[in-house]
Structure formats: C-alpha cells, structure tokens
Design a protein around this ligand. Structure first.
Ligand SMILES: CC(C)(COP(=O)(O)OP(=O)(O)OC[C@H]1O[C@@H](n2cnc3c(N)ncnc32)[C@H](O)[C@@H]1OP(=O)(O)O)[C@@H](O)C(=O)NCCC(=O)NCCS
Length: 154
C-alpha cells in the first residue's frame, strides 16, 4: 500500500498576467482562458500528489462571480481535496489581483477530477490523501460526497 501524503504536499500556486490576447468581445478576460488555467493548476496539484501523468476526467460547473480585467494578475491556488483508488479531486481557487492597488477578488472556485495513469496510459493507484486538521477532514468528506454524486450521474 502506498504511503499517504498530506494535502499540503500537493498545494501549488500559478499566476498569469492578463494581456489583450486574453480578452473577450466585452474587453474583459475570456472565460475560456480561465478554464484552461484552472485545468492546468488542478493537473499540477494532482501530479505533485501522485508523481505521475494525469488526465482530466470530470469538471464540475464553474460560476464566474466577477469579471477579470485585462491587466489583472490571475492567481490560481490548487490542492488535492480527495483521493479515490486512481482518481483525485482538486479544489482550485481563482483570484484576480489589481497589481497596482493590490486589491484581490476571489472570482471562482472549481472542482475537477483527474485520473493517474501508468506508462501504458492505464489508471494506476494514487497515494491516499492525509487530512491533518479537523477542517481538512470535513472538506474531504464533502469532496467524497461530490465524487459519489458525479459517479451517480454517469
Ligand atoms: C480517465 C480514463 C483513463 C478513465 O478510464 P476508465 O476506463 O473509465 O477507468 P475507470 O473506470 O477505472 O475509472 C478510473 C477512475 O475515474 C473515476 N471516474 C470515471 N468517470 C468519472 C466521472 N465521470 N467523474 C468522476 N470520476 C470518474 C472512477 O471512479 C475511477 O476512480 P477510482 O479508481 O478512484 O475509483 C478514460 O476515461 C479516459 O482516457 N478519458 C479521457 C481523458 C482525457 O482525455 N481528458 C482530457 C480531455 S481533452
């Protein structure tokens, strides 16, 4: 049995400045760019946890609560929130920062599921996730319920 790993070991942060090339027709940031960055951040957290290649198998619905402006720094914080046998859920939080004023706005939180793959592209077991605090334990239970719901929808 692979040794369990703490949530903190998977934690990653990536940031990207939003340029004109990221704009939608309204002049704000195109949601598709954010979705791509969210997927990358989630995959990186899973790769850190499982230390192998991963593929996205499911993305929960995403709600953009505030527009992100061109010139903002987009900051994505991701960590593994649940592990099954070969699957991992990640929580990705997206924050937009005005680099001049330093004002930060949480624009959305996304949940994605990835599957760890072996060298032949087949699902392989991942280390169990270790919750180190009561809050982490509770969040892991919530993540487990989300995964059960996803599988029931299949
Ligand atoms: C991901 C993939 C390898 C899984 O293959 P599979 O034959 O369905 O494998 P399994 O049935 O053993 O499922 C693997 C894990 O995924 C989970 N899973 C499968 N479908 C799921 C779904 N819709 N939502 C959440 N988890 C799902 C299973 O529960 C299982 O998890 P567990 O081992 O922790 O219990 C395969 O579906 C695939 O290659 N999909 C395409 C992935 C891809 O290309 N992504 C990028 C999109 S461009």
């Amino acid at each position: 049995m692979t040794e369990s790993k703490p949530i903190s070991a998977s934690r990653i942060q990536i940031s990207q400045l939003m340029h004109l090339e990221h704009a939608n027709l309204l002049g704000n940031v195109h949601g598709g760019w954010i979705m791509k960055l969210v997927d990358e951040a989630g995959a990186l957290a899973c790769m850190r946890h499982a230390q192998c290649k991963v593929v996205t198998v499911a993305i929960d619905s995403m709600t953009f609560r505030n527009p992100i402006r061109i010139g903002d720094l987009v900051i994505l914080n991701a960590e593994v929130s649940y592990t099954g046998r070969t699957s991992m859920e990640t929580e990705v939080k997206v924050t937009a920062e005005n680099p001049i004023t330093g004002e930060q706005t949480l624009t959305n939180t996304a949940y994605l599921v990835y599957v760890a793959l072996d060298d032949h592209g087949k699902p392989q077991p991942v280390p169990p996730l270790l919750a180190e605090t009561k809050a982490q334990k509770e969040r892991m239970e919530q993540a487990k319920a989300r995964q059960q719901y996803r599988l029931a929808q299949k």
